[in-house]
Design a protein around this ligand. Structure first.
Ligand code: ACO
Length: 334
């Protein structure tokens, strides 16, 4: 059986920086509240009038990842695209990216697993490569959150958390089984689906319902029970990491770099303390980008690699938790 290695990574974030002070001009919030609870200092939001969308940002990140893998678009056999903010209700944005990258007839799969989307996507890509079906798979996470956030005081508990951006990785076939993705573990718990959700548009809340929506109807803005999410996140992050380490007979001491989904710096710090990881073993960039959901892991992974913090032979552990609930982990020997 083959193994799969990450051979190229890239990310793209919009130029437009929105600071916590900028937000306090739109809603009743402040820098101290946001930093104390989330660690976020600023995020990128697509500027009104910009051409950026979920799929165009995904394309920009993908071009960098393909080039860094030393490949061309013609070497890519399959596309897996994770987002909770697709350009259209359907078709999924995977096919839009396939078209924009000019990869005629290459299969494109959309993954709808929110903050865990990139972890699920890596796992799917890994299975296709291990079985020999595909050689090079483009895996993308991209989110355009700012378009759907309620930027008034009513939506402040969510609006301050999320940022826009995209990250991409190329997963390639390798014959060296001691390297590459060692394991992936995926989980979900649909009983908590309503704890973090956007209900409309959907078949249940179809267009006439939205057009007639009253000001007080919040079904088309994200809803979150933040404390329930926090409590579940710290438990599931920890379980997913332990599961990945145990499956490979490893311990937390073996981790060279832990790259969590950038949900909240306080969640990351809790997990860091739980596994007694040093600051050098954990990568965080939520301070700059906020929570970019499916894009957060590939952006963080790419940045860490660009800064020389991930080296050949390192043990890299990735874990995510998010709406669904869904969670999972990936253990990689780089
Ligand atoms: N600015 C100022 N005040 C605010 C804001 C804001 N942006 N948002 C809420 N408040 C107010 C509330 O109205 C409330 O006021 P009240 O006491 O007068 O009623 C007060 O602050 C406390 O609100 P809580 O919701 O209890 O705040 P909490 O301490 O729980 O912090 C937070 C909220 C940061 C969202 C926290 O619950 C959390 O971190 N949860 C984890 C969720 C998370 O990280 N989600 C990310 C997306 S999901 C994922 O990626 C896994």
């Amino acid at each position: 059986m083959y193994s799969s290695r990450i051979t190229g990574m890239g990310f793209y974030v919009p130029d437009n920086i929105v600071t916590n002070d900028d937000l306090s001009k739109m809603m009743d919030t402040n820098d101290e509240w946001i930093q104390e609870r989330t660690g976020i200092q600023e995020r990128r939001w697509i500027k009104e009038g910009s051409d950026d969308t979920t799929s165009t940002m995904g394309v920009k990140a993908s071009k960098i990842a393909i080039e860094r893998a030393g490949l061309t678009k013609d070497d890519i056999d399959f596309i897996i695209f994770a987002t909770l903010s697709p350009d259209h209700f359907f078709p999924g944005s995977g096919v839009l990216i396939q078209d924009m990258l000019d990869m005629p007839n290459v299969g494109a799969l959309d993954v709808r697993n929110q903050c865990s989307g990139f972890v699920y996507s890596l796992s799917i890509a890994d299975q296709f490569i291990k079985t020999g079906m595909y050689k090079n798979i483009l895996v993308i996470g991209s989110e355009y959150h700012s378009g759907a956030l309620d930027k008034t005081t009513r939506g402040r508990n969510l609006a301050v958390l999320f940022g826009d951006g995209a990250g991409a990785a190329v997963l390639s076939r390798s014959e060296d089984n001691s390297r590459g993705i060692l394991s992936t573990h995926l989980h979900s718990q649909g009983e908590h689906a309503e704890v973090l959700t956007v209900k409309a548009p959907s078949i249940i809340h179809w267009i006439p319902a939205i057009l007639n929506a009253k000001e007080e109807d919040t079904s088309y803005h994200p809803f979150m029970d933040g404390q329930k999410v926090f409590k579940n996140a710290i438990v599931r992050f920890s379980e997913a990491i332990s599961e990945g380490l145990d499956a490979n007979n490893l311990t937390a001491e073996d981790i060279d770099m832990f790259i969590p989904h950038q949900a909240n710096l306080r969640i990351t710090q809790f997990v860091q303390r739980r596994f007694k990881l040093s600051d050098d073993q954990v990568y965080s960039n939520i301070q700059k980008y906020g929570n970019t959901t499916a894009a957060s892991i590939p952006i963080a992974m790419c940045e860490a690699w660009e800064q020389g913090k991930i080296k050949e032979g390192d043990l890299v552990v990735i874990a995510a938790f998010g709406s669904g609930f869904t969670w999972g982990s990936v253990v990689i020997r780089w």
